[in-house]
Unconditional design. Structure first.
Length: 200
DNA sequence: CCAAAGATCGTCT
DNA sequence: GACGATCTTTGGA
C-alpha cells in the first residue's frame, strides 16, 4: 500500500494541517532501512503574526528560505548545535508557515529506530520530542527542502483511531515569544503516551 | 567582527 | 529541577 498524502494536503491553512497531521504515518527511507511512525504531536508556526516563528519579520534567505516556498516541502534545521527538528512547510508560495513534528509512535519493525536511539530507556521515549524524532527516524539536513512525496521521506494518510481526541495547548519552549507564548498552536492526541510533554 | 541565544536532550543532584 | 554540550544564526558595534 502506498497512500502518500498529496502535496495539495499541505497547501492549506497551517492550523488545519497541524491538526490533520495527527495520526498520519511518517515514513523515512535511508541507506540503513525504512522507518515508520505515527504522528502524535505537532506545533503550528505562523509567519506574519507569530513571534515564535523563525520567519517572523524575515525575508526568504538562508535557513528560512524553504518556508516561503509552496507547501509540501520539508524544513529541517539544527537546534542547540546538536539536534535536528523536522517541519512540514504549509500554505501557498510566499506564505512562510510550517508545522513542527514534535513526537511520534514507532510503527512496524522498530529495530532500526531503537538502534539509532540506544539511549532511550523506554519504548515511549524513542520519538517523544522533535530532536529524538529526527534522530530515531534518520532525518538530517540532507532532508532540507525535499518534497514530501519523494521516496526518502513522505507521509501516508491514516485516520485517527476510534475515540481518539485532539487537544490544543500552548507550545513548548517559546517563552521568549511574548504574547505568542499563549497561542494554542500545539496539538496532541489526548492521552497518547508518546507525546513530549504531558498536558496539564 | 564578536557575543549571545536557541522550536533540545541526557545526565546529574 | 538544574546544567552543560555544541554550532548555526542573528544582531549589535
Amino acid at each position: 500500500m502506498n497512500n502518500k498524502l498529496p502535496l495539495e494536503f499541505y497547501r492549506r491553512d497551517t492550523l488545519t494541517v497541524a491538526k490533520e497531521l495527527l495520526g498520519k504515518v511518517l515514513v523515512t527511507s535511508t541507506s540503513e532501512g525504512v522507518s515508520k511512525c505515527r504522528i502524535v504531536e505537532t506545533e503550528a508556526y505562523l509567519g506574519h503574526s507569530d513571534k515564535a516563528c523563525h520567519s517572523y519579520h524575515k525575508k526568504p534567505f538562508g535557513r528560512v528560505n524553504v518556508m516561503f516556498r509552496e507547501g509540501g516541502l520539508s524544513y529541517v534545521y539544527l537546534i542547540y548545535g546538536m539536534y535536528y527538528c523536522f517541519n512540514v512547510v504549509t500554505e501557498q508560495e510566499g506564505v512562510p508557515e510550517a508545522v513542527l513534528i514534535r513526537a511520534g509512535e514507532p510503527l512496524g519493525d522498530t529495530s532500526l529506530t531503537q538502534q539509532r536511539r540506544v539511549k532511550a530507556k523506554r519504548f515511549t521515549q524513542l520519538l517523544n520530542g522533535p530532536g529524538k524524532l529526527c534522530s530515531g527516524m534518520g532525518i538530517t539536513k540532507e532532508h532540507y527542502g525535499v518534497p514530501l512525496n519523494s521516496d526518502i521521506i513522505y507521509i501516508e494518510d491514516m485516520p485517527l483511531n476510534l475515540g481518539e481526541q485532539i487537544i490544543a495547548t500552548p507550545r513548548i519552549n517559546i517563552d521568549y515569544a511574548e504574547e505568542a507564548r499563549d497561542f494554542l498552536y500545539r496539538f496532541v492526541i489526548k492521552d497518547n503516551p508518546h507525546i513530549s510533554v504531558k498536558v496539564k
